[in-house]
Design a protein around this ligand. Structure first.
Ligand code: ADP
Ligand code: ZN
Length: 722
């Protein structure tokens, strides 16, 4: 008989041994169903034919594996990646594995799935619920549960509609093949610079060895066009490609652009997929039939069996860092995956992170540069507006110079973009009578007014209620005042200044699905929009040739809070949003409103001297021993019980190992002292680059015990210091 070591999908457990019953064939990577207590769990065989040591459980006490899934085994490089990620980010391997086996139905179920859709028949007895369901479902198709969610009705309503024939079942084949992208479909005429870079990438993909590249080109230089050539090379070699984008809102325009180049869309992987779509994509990926996948960071752990290329687009984006569960950074893990897969990795960015530049300096990544915009497009000119010297009118947020610039753009029939990275109408609401401020009961955060839906919402936990008419504290009527601007408030100002202009607000509230994003792109391209007011969601990737004026409403916003990357992030964000201006033949103009026009980051933006800015930032990091010259790990202790959290945090602080290579700061109440109803304390470990912090933390925390009420999370290489 043989025994197998299996990683089961339970984060509390490490790998467990099982007996492989007679007649069952497993190999490392096999996806299996294993018994655990009274339950059955999916898992992956980590070691087959394992020889136990004497001290281990005898064979006769092992339980039998129940079944092997009808799916290809998880390939070796993916298993190595799971181990590496779990180890580096101090996470349970099962939690990482869960990202690989993202959809258990994909390997458990039959190759078909039954979905439902409206038949067009309108029932005689149309209750309001049924009417609402049919209206919202429209021509959508999905599981009963999914349709019920879309329609905001109970599943019973959907089943009722099914009984009377207004909704019908359809069988979807989740194994139906995807069209194959054609590398020769629509190749571009590359400029000389682009062709040079493309040829290096093609060569690397052809060589099939590990090679990370930094593709460093200004916005609009054709980075996408160039890495598409690498995709073409991978297709020609029969290898799979993964393209990671920082936001799912960006996938939709990407799909269209990809289809223009390759004749069909790639496979999209994101949280908005229906069960059947997810299942079909997973199966095609695992079988090696899905040749190009584009997705948000979670696509990184999928079991591509023959990966030849990984592209991380807008690689500097901090949204690649996952802030819950496994705290991994998709950019860094992508490079590790490339190493295990022995393939090409392309990090594309107009504003590469200091960490990435450092890897180039060390000779680990090869830098490829695209110095100018493609074709006739020039880089936009950037001016700062000193809000103290040239203030907006009272109660307004746009300075006169910016207003004139937008006037002129409207006159020329060109589009403008106002950028403010704040959703809603106002970030703070208070009572002018008693001074009461609306705070979230669950978080250390103000309730943000969303005037369009007349609600106050917490952006951290989602707590929301209708904006009250009277102050809950002093009961004064009409006494609430909005403090500070959000995008909705800027949109109000735009409407007041230019009543005839057509405007759009672009935030995650309005562009919450790929379809919404596609609609926005269409409206921009058809010039149905004159002025866009948006958050960071509009700063990335979009290409609107007729957009010529960009106004940054509050350039100082990102500098608040002062974490180590604040200036760098501000620089990147403003460069990105500036990069939306003047991408066609018409020149672009960017106006940066700031209270600190002399700050180094503002000067760098205006002068265009990014080299000097980066040099100064890098030097400051070196002096502070901050990343990439040193390393940090945060330990976040949280509990609904404040005393319990504090006690555990103290215990951790007290038992911190005293070694020369590292220093532990804290514990201290986190800046976000309360989040989703949990009290939070933080410790920050600061160590030398070469020091194995993970090992030390594992040993340190492993020796401690704390109450079940307390959660201790470790964030290695943290990006958030809240
Ligand atoms: P980036 O990714 O660097 O911002 P893009 O790849 O989006 O740049 O290119 C900017 C614009 O220029 C796009 O509309 C793209 O189609 C166009 N473009 C870039 N290179 C070429 C080329 N060689 N031929 C035709 N169009 C190009
Ligand atoms: Zn909250």
């Amino acid at each position: 008989m043989s025994r197998a070591r299996v990683l089961v999908m339970n984060s509390a457990l490490g790998p467990l041994d099982y007996r492989v019953p007679a007649g069952m064939q497993v190999e490392p990577g096999s996806i299996v169903v294993a018994p655990l207590g009274p339950r059955q769990l999916a898992g992956v065989v980590w070691e087959a034919d394992r020889m136990p040591s004497d001290a281990e459980v005898g064979d006769n006490r092992l339980r039998n594996l129940i079944a092997v899934a009808d799916a290809p085994p998880i390939p070796e490089p993916v298993r190595r990646l799971i181990e590496w990620t779990a180890n580096y980010y101090l996470s349970p391997p099962a939690a990482v594995l869960a990202m690989t086996l993202r959809t258990s139905a994909a390997f458990e179920g039959a190759p078909t799935i039954v979905e439902y859709r409206a038949t067009g028949l309108v029932p005689d007895r149309l209750t309001p619920q049924r009417a609402q369901a049919l209206e919202r479902i429209g021509d959508r198709q999905g599981l009963v549960r999914e349709l019920a969610t879309v329609a905001d009705v109970s599943e019973g309503v959907i089943r009722g509609l099914c009984k009377i024939g207004a909704i019908e079942a359809v069988t979807v084949d989740t194994d139906s093949p995807f069209p194959l992208p054609d590398p020769h479909f629509g190749p571009p005429d590359l400029s000389a610079d682009q062709a040079d870079v493309a040829s290096i990438l093609r060569q690397s993909v052809g060589a099939g060895a590990f090679q990370p590249f930094l593709l460093d080109g200004v916005t609009g230089s054709g980075k996408t066009e160039v890495y598409f050539e690498a995709v073409a090379a991978a297709l020609a070699a029969g290898k799979q490609t993964l393209v990671l984008l920082p936001e799912i809102a960006l996938t939709e325009p990407f799909l269209t652009r990809f289809a223009q180049r390759f004749g069909c869309e790639p496979i999209a992987w994101h949280s908005g997929l229906r069960t059947s779509q997810r299942r079909r994509a997973w199966r095609a990926i695992a079988r090696g039939e899905a040749m190009v996948t584009v997705g948000a960071r979670s696509a990184l752990f999928l079991p591509y069996p023959k990966l030849g290329l990984i592209v991380v687009d807008e690689a500097h984006e901090t949204s690649f860092k996952q802030e819950e569960g496994v705290h991994y950074h998709a950019r860094d893990v992508a490079v590790m995956r490339g190493k295990f897969e022995q393939c090409t990795v392309v990090l594309a960015s107009a504003t590469p992170a200091i960490e990435t530049r450092h890897q180039v300096e060390l000779g680990r990544y090869e830098e490829l540069k695209l110095p100018g915009r493609f074709g006739a497009a020039e880089m936009p000119d950037i001016e700062a507006i000193d809000l103290i010297a040239e203030p907006p009118e009272r109660g307004r947020w746009l300075a006169p110079r910016l207003v004139l610039a937008i006037d002129a753009a409207l006159e020329r029939k060109e589009q403008s973009l106002l950028f403010l990275n704040r959703r809603g109408y106002a970030p703070l609401t208070l009572c002018r009578h008693c001074g009461h401020r609306f705070q979230c009961p669950n978080c250390t955060a103000w309730m943000v007014e969303h005037r369009l839906i007349r609600r106050l919402s917490c952006h951290h936990c989602g707590h929301t209620y209708p904006t009250p008419e009277i102050c809950p504290e002093c009961e004064e009527e009409d006494s609430l005042v909005a403090c500070g601007p959000g995008v909705e408030r800027i949109a109000d100002e735009v409407a007041a200044l230019w009543p005839d202009a057509r405007t759009a607000i672009v935030t995650s509230d309005t562009l919450w699905s790929p379809a919404k994003a596609a609609e926005f792109v269409q409206r921009m391209e058809h010039h149905d929009i004159d002025i866009v007011v948006g958050t960071q969601l509009v700063t990335k990737g979009y290409h609107f040739p007729n957009l010529t004026v960009v106004g940054v409403v509050d350039a100082d916003l990102g500098l608040d809070g002062g974490d180590l990357r604040a200036a760098e992030r501000t620089f990147q964000q403003i460069m990105q949003v500036s990069g939306r201006a003047g991408r066609g033949v018409k020149p672009g103009h960017v106006y940066i409103q700031t209270h600190a026009p002399d700050a180094q980051v503002m000067q760098a933006l205006v002068s265009g001297d990014s080299a000097a800015f980066y040099a100064a930032e890098t030097e400051a990091r070196r002096e502070a021993g901050a990343p990439p010259y040193g390393r940090y790990a945060a330990i976040i202790v949280s509990s609904e019980d404040k005393a319990a959290a504090e006690e555990t945090a103290r215990l951790i602080g007290r038992t911190a190992p005293r070694v020369d290579e590292m220093h532990v700061y804290g514990p201290a109440p986190a800046p976000m002292a309360m989040l989703r109803g949990r009290h939070r304390f933080r410790l920050l470990v600061h160590a030398r680059r070469a020091f194995d912090v993970q090992d030390m933390i594992r040993e340190w925390l492993g020796a401690l015990e704390w109450s079940a009420k307390v959660r201790v999370a470790v964030d290695v290489d943290p990006y958030s210091f809240l």
